[in-house]
Design a protein around this ligand. Structure first.
Ligand code: NAD
Length: 359
């Protein structure tokens, strides 16, 4: 009998509830197939929480997340709340939940399904074998440094400060080495050490930690070079670790290698095994409530949760294989289909993936 894992489920707004429903079906299927026990609790978050509780991140939702082993999140936001004041915006809830849960890294896998290679803007032969993960530092760097304006002799001047301390670098770099160990044991640390002092500290710290992971092959790559190499030789990367702003940009670039945003999963991790798992896409108000959303990103987020938070490698692999089999068989939702008349609904895609897990 497997131990009970508590999962906080937050559907959110727009297509969030539609894609999360399919991910919950996958959770149920793995209970049947592997004997896992999941205790799920549902909470309000984002726009719907603003409407019903007057705040994007209600205290009871936060407590529910803190008492869980992992969080599964759909998406938040929508035009209804776009003109709200800052504290009443769904996105403020997102920043708040990451901070409150101590999530300091964002993990974004980018792998190319062979049958979808043609949908990418990159030549198929360049994409061959691409399967990488970007590990982005999430709570430090220039986005969180001191910001101010002042007068200069050429008029008003704006200043953003990029600061990192050793602890912040150490914890994310160790996490990246650990993730590399579970994959093909290659780590690229991305910085701008030829120019930035914070990058020099980053590189020194990486080099000090590296001897603890002699089985992982380490390369240092300057961020501008990395941006080029991701387009030239994406399959040569395995795990990429980098600071907040570089990671923000590189993870979007890596994501676009793979085609549709409806396919991309992500994890935000803190200390230990706790994590928050969500699709990269937003609440897609343009297709919300129509059964058109691709649930694959959210379903693959469950596979990530299994691997990174629960150590359920086999079940995670099974989910990924089921997604691949369904795509290989030619099944598509509208966002990845060349023939809209044959596009599957969100629930049809979810059901096919669950059926493929049985085989
Ligand atoms: P979006 O990702 O919601 O949508 C961009 C485009 O991709 C749309 O055309 C949409 O229909 C399509 N798309 C997205 N996910 C899809 C899926 N699963 N299947 C099929 N098509 C899909 O980005 P946006 O339009 O810039 O933002 C909409 C709202 O979502 C905004 O309020 C934004 O703030 C919010 N948002 C939330 C998150 C989050 O919850 N983490 C992330 C990004 C954006």
């Amino acid at each position: 009998m497997s131990e009970v894992k508590k999962i906080a489920v937050i559907a959110g707004d727009g297509i969030g509830p539609e894609v999360v429903a399919e991910a919950e079906k996958v959770l149920k299927k793995t209970e049947e197939l592997f004997g896992y026990k999941f205790e799920k609790e549902h909470g309000l978050f984002g726009g719907i929480a603003i409407d019903e509780k007057g705040t994007p991140l209600p205290q009871d939702t936060l407590e529910m997340c803190k008492n869980s082993d992992a969080v599964l999140l759909g998406a938040v936001g929508g035009p209804k709340w776009d003109n709200n004041s800052k504290e009443l915006r769904p996105e403020t809830g997102l920043l708040g939940i990451r901070k409150e849960l101590g999530l300091f890294s964002n993990i974004r896998p980018a792998f190319v399904f062979d049958c979808l290679k043609e949908a990418s803007t990159i030549k198929p032969e360049v994409l061959d074998g691409t399967d990488l993960v970007v590990v982005r530092e999430l709570t430090g760097g220039i986005y969180f440094g001191e910001k101010f304006r002042r007068e200069s002799e050429f008029g008003e001047e704006a200043v953003d400060t990029c600061a990192y301390n050793v602890m912040e670098v150490e914890r994310i770099v160790k996490q990246a080495f650990e993730i590399a160990r579970t994959r093909s044991k290659k780590l690229a640390s991305v910085d701008k050490a030829n120019v930035l002092e914070s990058s020099r500290l980053w590189r020194e710290t990486v080099n000090r930690i590296a001897p603890d992971y002699p089985d992982v092959e380490l390369e240092h790559v300057l961020v501008d070079n990395c941006a080029m190499q991701l387009l030239r030789r994406p399959s040569s990367f395995d795990v990429i670790v980098t600071e907040n702003m570089f990671g923000d940009i590189l993870s979007d670039e890596a994501a676009m290698l793979t085609g549709s945003i409806g396919m991309l999963s992500s994890a935000s991790l803190g200390e230990g095994s706790f994590g928050l798992y969500e699709p990269v896409h937003g609440s897609a108000p343009d297709i919300a409530g129509q059964g058109k959303a691709n649930p694959i990103a959210t379903i693959l987020s469950v596979a990530l949760m299994f691997k990174l938070s629960f150590g359920y490698q086999e079940a995670g692999d099974l989910i990924e294989k089921a997604v691949k089999d369904v795509l290989d068989a030619g099944h598509r939702t509208g966002d990845i289909s060349t023939d809209p008349s044959k596009a599957l609904s969100t629930a049809e895609m979810g059901d096919l993936i669950i059926a493929a897990m049985e085989k």
